[in-house]
Design a protein around this ligand. Structure first.
Ligand SMILES: [Zn+2]
Length: 325
């Protein structure tokens, strides 16, 4: 587990030892802080025949099977295609499979990730399992957006909140990962250390540069909002969905700072400070506040939007229209 997860680990393992572990658990919290890695490790611990206090033994027959990726008591339920829904046939197939197989000494575990990808029929099918779980079966649901889950699913699980690690914890961990610019990366990942690492590995800084270039082109009237929105979704959102909206949010805050006479040194985007100051000089405070409202609506709707393209397009159009109006 990650260093910032020790107390969650202790609470959950203590619940199991006191025979108070709920059979449905919902791990929720920000993206990029290690919920899934924790779930997998906890599942191993639950299935292991001789678990230690802080991990599975790694040596028993069960552990060896898990390491080989073929343990019959550990199941993963995820969309067949990245970003798509978990379908009812997948849930039914899994439930049938479980009904047919015996289980080992300890538990059977099903990890559903991301649980908010369950469509309505899949949710209803899973609900039955949550209401009448087979013996010794633990369901671990993982979600960054628990409000998107069916209320009846939420009410039948124990919600386990994963907090954002402190900046100190995150930086200590990131500094051990052999990457540069850890402070900037962490800031740009909204404080989520695994997201920061993903940004480092997936050229996140270059992606941010690309979006910022486009943001400037839009302001100058040199880019089309429609094409830009498609590019933002395809290239910008690939590391962590919607994260670039947080970046825009910090650009807007820096522009407001600049318009209010704040010093360039105090900007969050130090590498863009001069450009942001120039951009701010071309608009007035009132319209920037209008943009900020629009952006907040966009962030709120982004996780639930039926049409992400339209939503992002609307935001970019608003920004592009700001300077010329
Ligand atoms: Zn073991």
């Amino acid at each position: 587990m990650f260093p910032w997860q020790t107390s969650t680990w202790q609470n959950l393992t203590a619940s199991q030892q006191n025979k108070r572990l709920a059979h449905g658990l919902l791990f929720h919290g920000a993206a990029g802080i290690g919920k899934k890695a924790f779930a997998i490790e906890f599942a191993h611990w639950l299935i292991c025949e001789q678990p230690l206090a802080d991990k599975a033994c790694g040596e028993c027959k069960t552990c060896l099977l898990i390491q080989a990726g073929s343990h019959p008591d550990l199941h993963h339920l995820s969309p067949e295609e990245e970003g798509k829904a978990i379908k009812v046939d997948q849930v039914r197939g899994l439930i049938e499979k479980i009904a047919l197989t015996g289980y080992g000494q300890r538990y059977r575990v099903i990890i559903v990730s991301p649980a908010d990808a369950l469509n309505i029929n899949a949710s209803n099918s899973l609900l039955k399992t949550l209401e009448e779980p087979p013996a010794n079966t633990i369901l671990i649901l993982i979600s960054d957006k628990p409000s998107k889950l069916m209320a009846t699913i939420r009410s039948r699980t124990q919600m386990i909140r994963f907090d954002l690690p402190t900046e100190e914890q995150s930086l200590a961990w990131l500094n051990q990962q052999n990457i540069d610019n850890t402070e900037l990366l962490l800031k740009l990942s909204a404080g989520a250390p695994l997201a920061a690492l993903a940004m480092a590995n997936d050229e996140g800084l270059q992606i941010r540069d690309k979006l910022f270039d486009n943001w400037q082109e839009l302001a100058a009237g040199n880019a089309d909002a429609l094409e830009s929105a498609a590019m933002w979704i395809k290239d910008g959102f690939k590391i962590i969905n919607n994260l670039p909206l947080n970046w825009v949010s910090s650009w807007v805050v820096d522009m407001i700072r600049s318009l209010q006479g704040g010093h360039i040194k105090n900007m969050a985007n130090l590498d863009y400070a001069q450009t942001l100051q120039n951009l701010a000089g071309q608009v007035d405070l009132k319209s920037i506040y209008g943009l900020q409202d629009r952006l907040n609506d966009t962030i709120r709707l982004a996780d639930t939007a039926a049409n992400q393209q339209m939503l992002i397009e609307g935001l970019l159009l608003h920004w592009a229209g700001l300077r010329r109006s």
